[in-house]
Every structure is written in structure tokens, then in C-alpha cells.
Design a protein around this ligand. Structure first.
Ligand SMILES: Nc1ncnc2c1ncn2[C@@H]1O[C@H](COP(=O)(O)OP(=O)(O)O)[C@@H](O)[C@H]1O
Ligand SMILES: [Mg+2]
Length: 307
């Protein structure tokens, strides 16, 4: 049992004892009351679910209090490519990410969309660049809480881009070595949480496919407005399509003048129509020095739209 579970159980026991052993009345919040502490049947309260149902302040199990357990790290981001990290929101490329953000919110009006997988056909097409900047632009909106996950266990790079440690991270969690809060880093941007890949990863396919990631996402999703999952490329390995099944939608990055058409098409076939929600065309340029323009196509429209 994790330390958090133990602490929660102890707190509930003390509370029950101070109430003369009376059983706690579940707080009637929505229809999800079964996740509240149920000491009578000796169920251990799920801290994440409890936190998600509490108000932001005033409870020892509030979301803010829970997330305050996540380690605060000193990130040294690459300010050349991490577009929203230096407080200048007018850098080239930032406007396109704001447009992408509005398209996602627009899409969210029509479908369940919180857990988003970012993938592409091949390496070096801008998956990590897109997922990290997307996560940053999402938290620029007041009060939005975002979790960014490096699920590219074969070629993890997000920790390098953000200038932080590679572990403990996802692989340690998937191997049962760490609990969820100890792997979520907090950095300089308020409300942006990051799970690095982890270290010493020997069998990425087995880890990604062992089913724990899906459970993890379901557990933590009430705590966040968005969860952005950076993935390995879709063509050489199957991890991305496995990851897609745990997410609500897939955003595919295509690198302008680099991704061959047939390869992009083949990658698209890896994902059923309903999960592929859009395409980011990365690296378009008006001049040789500029390569931070994007085109975004809502997949449902089937027509390219210039941003
Ligand atoms: N639009 C862009 N503008 C600037 N740099 C970019 C852009 N897209 C990708 N890069 C850079 O190109 C390299 C490869 O991109 P990356 O996101 O790591 O690719 P992938 O995750 O698909 O392997 C990284 O150094 C990244 O910062
Ligand atoms: Mg990457």
C-alpha cells in the first residue's frame, strides 16, 4: 500500500474514532459516491478519486493539497523551442499553438476529449515539440491544470527539452516501483505537471502494453483538464496504437517536406477514424530561418484548413 493510501486510511480511522466509531456518511457529490471512504467494508479510500471530488481548498484531500505532494523540480528548459517558458508569448509559433488550443476546445464541445495522444509516423517529426508546447499553451489559460507525459519509452526527449531529470517517471510507475504522485514533477509553470519517461527501461513494449497505463490515466484524469501523452512514432513500433486505446483522441504530427505521403497515410491507418482527431503540419516555413508554422486540419472536415 502506498504511503498516501496509508496516510489517508489512518486519517479516516482517526476521524471515525473521534466520532465515536460512527460510520462516515459519504458526501453526496454527483453519482460517484462509491469512491468515497467506506470504512465499514474496509475498502481503502482512493486518494485520487477522493481528491477529485473535494473543493479546491479547505480539505486535507483537496486536489491542490494532493498535487502539492508532487516533487517541485528546477527545470532548465530549452528556451529556443519551449515557446512559452520565458514569459514572452509573442514568439514565432505561439499564435499557431493558441489556434490549436481553440480548435481542441471547439472539438471538445462535441466529444469527450481530455487524454490526447500526440504521435507521428517517424522519429524527429516534432511529436515532443508539439506535445510540450501544446501543454504549455493550455496552462497559459488561468486555472487549467495539465499533465504532460513522456510515453516514448524508446526515445524519450521531453525531459531534455524541459531541462529536468528523466526519472523517476512512467517506467518506474509501470513497474510498480513508484506511486503516481512521486513521478509527477512540478516545474516553473503553474499547473503544468510532467511525468518523464523514467530510467533503465529494458522492455518498453511490455511496459506500455501491461495495462497499467490505462488504469493510471483513468485514476488521475479527474485531477486535470488535459492530459497530453507524447508517444513513439507509429510506423516502426506498435506502442502508439496501444497508447491510443487508453486516450480519447490522437493528434498526428506530419513534418512539412519531410514525411513521405505514403508513410503518413500508413501511420494514419494505425488509428481508427474515431480516434484520429486532427493533423498538425509542423515545420512549414516562409523562409529558411522560420520553421515554426503549423497547419491544423480537423480530421472530421477532411479539408486542410490554413491556420
Ligand atoms: N516547428 C519546430 N520549430 C523548431 N524546432 C522544432 C520544430 N519541430 C521540431 N523541432 C525540433 O526538432 C527536433 C526533433 O523534434 P522532436 O519533437 O524531438 O521530434 P519527435 O518527437 O517526433 O522525435 C527537436 O530538437 C525539436 O526541438
Ligand atoms: Mg519525441
Amino acid at each position: 500500500m502506498s504511503r498516501i493510501h496509508e496516510a489517508l486510511k489512518k486519517a479516516e480511522e482517526e476521524r471515525a474514532a473521534s466520532q465515536g466509531g460512527a460510520q462516515l456518511e459519504p458526501t453526496p457529490v454527483g453519482a460517484e459516491s462509491p469512491v468515497m471512504p467506506d470504512m465499514a467494508s474496509h475498502r481503502v479510500p482512493d486518494p485520487v478519486a477522493v481528491a477529485a471530488m473535494m473543493p479546491a481548498f479547505g480539505s486535507p484531500f483537496s486536489v491542490d493539497t494532493m498535487l502539492a505532494r508532487c516533487p517541485q523540480m528546477e527545470w532548465k528548459p530549452d528556451l529556443g523551442t519551449m515557446l512559452f517558458m520565458n514569459g514572452d508569448d509573442s514568439k514565432r509559433g505561439t499564435e499557431e499553438f493558441r489556434t490549436l488550443r481553440s480548435r481542441l476546445y471547439h472539438m471538445r464541445e462535441k466529444m469527450t476529449l481530455k487524454k490526447l495522444l500526440v504521435t507521428s509516423a517517424l522519429p524527429k517529426e516534432g511529436k515532443s515539440f508539439t506535445s510540450s508546447n501544446l501543454a504549455q499553451v493550455l496552462v497559459r489559460q488561468h486555472g487549467r491544470r495539465v499533465l504532460l507525459i513522456d510515453a516514448d519509452l524508446r526515445g524519450p526527449r521531453l525531459h531534455l527539452m524541459l531541462g529536468t531529470t528523466a526519472g523517476p517517471g512512467l517506467s518506474e510507475y509501470l513497474q510498480g516501483k513508484n506511486d503516481e504522485f512521486s513521478i509527477m514533477q512540478r516545474g516553473p509553470l503553474e499547473n503544468l505537471f510532467f511525468i518523464p519517461s523514467g530510467t533503465g527501461i529494458e522492455d518498453p513494449a511490455e511496459l506500455v502494453g501491461n495495462g497499467k497505463l490505462k488504469t493510471f490515466l483513468q485514476r488521475v484524469e479527474p485531477l486535470f483538464d488535459w492530459i497530453i501523452v507524447d508517444s513513439p512514432p507509429a510506423i516502426p513500433v506498435s506502442d502508439a496504437s496501444v497508447l491510443a486505446k487508453a486516450c480519447d483522441g490522437v493528434l498526428m504530427v506530419v513534418r512539412s517536406n519531410a514525411t513521405p505521403c505514403d508513410v503518413a497515410r500508413k501511420a494514419r491507418e494505425e488509428f481508427p477514424d474515431q480516434s484520429l482527431i486532427g493533423v498538425v503540419l509542423n515545420g512549414t516555413s516562409d523562409d529558411a530561418a522560420s520553421y515554426a508554422r503549423y497547419y491544423y486540419e480537423a480530421y472530421e472536415k477532411r479539408q486542410p484548413t490554413t491556420v
